[in-house]
Design a protein around this ligand. Structure first.
Ligand SMILES: Cc1cc2nc3c(=O)[nH]c(=O)nc-3n(C[C@H](O)[C@H](O)[C@H](O)COP(=O)(O)OP(=O)(O)OC[C@H]3O[C@@H](n4cnc5c(N)ncnc54)[C@H](O)[C@@H]3O)c2cc1C
Length: 427
């Protein structure tokens, strides 16, 4: 695959790196175009990240929010799916470089490699405060949360038991808020009848945020509602307090030390190294700065989309790192490629913000559609229906709806499994 032969009859080769929201949408929208698509991902599954926190909190199983990429493309003979990790790009020779030394040629390249959590220069905190981005992250968090309750059940020392029953979430964006609310409900509603030596109602959930409000991307009144709802679930909300230390025993924030055995990082993200691969300009979060048509400056044959790029929206602010934005960009790029093959030009990418949603507990959510703002149970129903709608496949939709119904009616969370080890190795 490393030497390029003349290909007079072969279709245009589009290589798409990343089968997340952006890459998958671009692949889907290229159906019927005179191209051959190679879709690469270092994971074999497409992941519905907005519901990852439900796996981390034992509400949903991993298979309910992830699908094998190969299976999703089974009806597309024009798409080759490869399970492979990209380590660089040779833009001069138009090749994608893989970790096993292979080099894959392309005519057009789409980089849709997303982002990962970032620790603002404190990478040493990661082992103590894992973030949430992959299925492995979610099952690791689930394990830590459930093991903390198990160890508390056997702990005789009151201070150590209190630390085991203290759960700290750093960062009060949607993921932090959703995790805090769900862990509080797990402790208040789901677990109490199952333990004999501890009262799980006494578990402490603390949400720490350096900014001045929770859900900073939402309108002020929705932030205030979310904070009040969290507090009514027993969550301690600490605003305007930056965390300055994380260790196996707890955190230091606002100059105070809090003993806690479970710490979760939901505070910051860093783009994939796509900009580094190309030696292209990036912002402080590593987001590649693309042109208005989402191409990389100096490389009209390379597009970059989704969480890994920085581009201004119609209001002048950066397009947010959310699934609908990545999908809109994937759709746009597929249309540009099709237009180019017809010899046509395209207008610049224009982002349309549909709204922001966050769940606070099993009966409360906030929705900010701009002019229309919703809160409470009605917002929760819309939140639930929207998420079920965006899942892939009828089986998963039914399965998630049933799991939520069980939580709603019976407070039971079916995925309370401690995997990856026995009680001997429980951390
Ligand atoms: C916990 C969490 C909750 C979220 N909640 C919401 C929400 O409620 N609503 C919302 O709209 N958005 C939410 N988001 C954000 C949303 O998931 C992202 O904006 C969206 O996934 C971005 O799509 P993408 O295609 O850019 O990247 P991704 O969907 O992250 O896909 C990137 C893909 O690239 C692959 N990849 C990366 N590097 C390589 C490599 N070197 N080689 C091969 N493959 C590679 C990855 O495996 C992945 O499959 C949430 C994100 C997280 C982490």
């Amino acid at each position: 695959m490393t030497s390029e032969q003349p290909r007079p009859t072969e279709p245009h080769r589009v290589v798409i790196v990343g089968a997340g929201f952006g890459g998958l949408e671009a692949t889907n929208r290229l159906a019927g175009a005179p191209v051959h698509v190679t879709l690469l991902d270092r994971r074999n599954h497409h992941l519905f990240q907005p519901l990852l926190y439900q796996v981390a909190t034992a509400s949903l199983a991993t298979s309910e929010i992830a699908w094998p990429i190969r299976y999703l493309q089974r009806g597309r003979p024009d798409v080759t799916t490869l399970f492979a990790t990209v380590t660089g790009i040779n833009a001069q020779e138009k090749r994608v470089l893989l970790d096993d030394g292979e080099a894959l040629p392309y005519d057009t390249l789409i980089l849709a490699t997303g982002a990962r959590h970032a620790y603002f220069g404190h990478d040493e905190w990661e082992p103590f405060a894992p973030g949430l981005k992959t299925l492995e992250d979610a099952t690791t968090l689930r394990r830590r949360i459930l093991v903390a309750f198990e160890r508390a059940e056997r702990e005789r020392d009151a201070a150590r038991r209190a630390a085991l029953l203290t759960f700290v979430i750093i960062g009060a964006g949607p993921t932090g808020v959703e995790l805090a609310g769900t862990i509080a409900e797990l402790a208040q509603d789901t677990l109490p009848p199952d333990f004999r030596n501890i009262d799980t109602h006494k578990a402490r959930v603390v949400l720490i945020e350096a900014g001045s409000r929770v859900l900073a991307g939402f309108a002020d009144d929705l932030s205030a509602y979310a904070q009040a709802s969290l507090e009514s679930l027993g969550v301690g909300v600490m605003l305007g307090q930056a965390v300055t230390e994380c260790s196996a025993d707890g955190v230091v924030y606002g100059g105070k030390r809090l003993e806690a055995k479970t710490i979760i990082w939901a505070a910051g993200v860093r783009a994939s190294p796509a900009a580094e691969w190309l030696g292209a300009a990036a912002d402080r979060a590593g987001r590649l700065q693309v042109r208005p048509d989402l191409t990389v400056p100096g490389h009209p044959e390379i597009f970059a989309i989704g969480d890994t790029v920085l581009i201004a929206g119609p209001d002048g602010n950066p397009v947010p790192g959310i699934a609908p934005a990545a999908k809109q960009q994937g759709r746009y790029v597929a249309n540009v490629i099709k237009a180019r093959l017809r010899g046509e030009t395209s207008a610049p990418f224009k982002y349309k913000h549909a709204g922001s949603l966050a769940q606070i507990g099993k009966r409360k959510a906030v929705i900010d559609f701009g002019r229309i703002k919703l809160r409470g149970t009605i917002a929760w129903w819309i939140w639930g229906l929207a998420h079920i709608y965006f899942l892939i496949g009828l089986r998963n939709r039914l399965s998630v709806a049933l799991s939520w119904l069980w939580i709603y009616v019976r407070d039971q969370r079916a995925a309370r499994l401690i995997t990856q080890g026995s009680s001997k190795v429980a951390r």
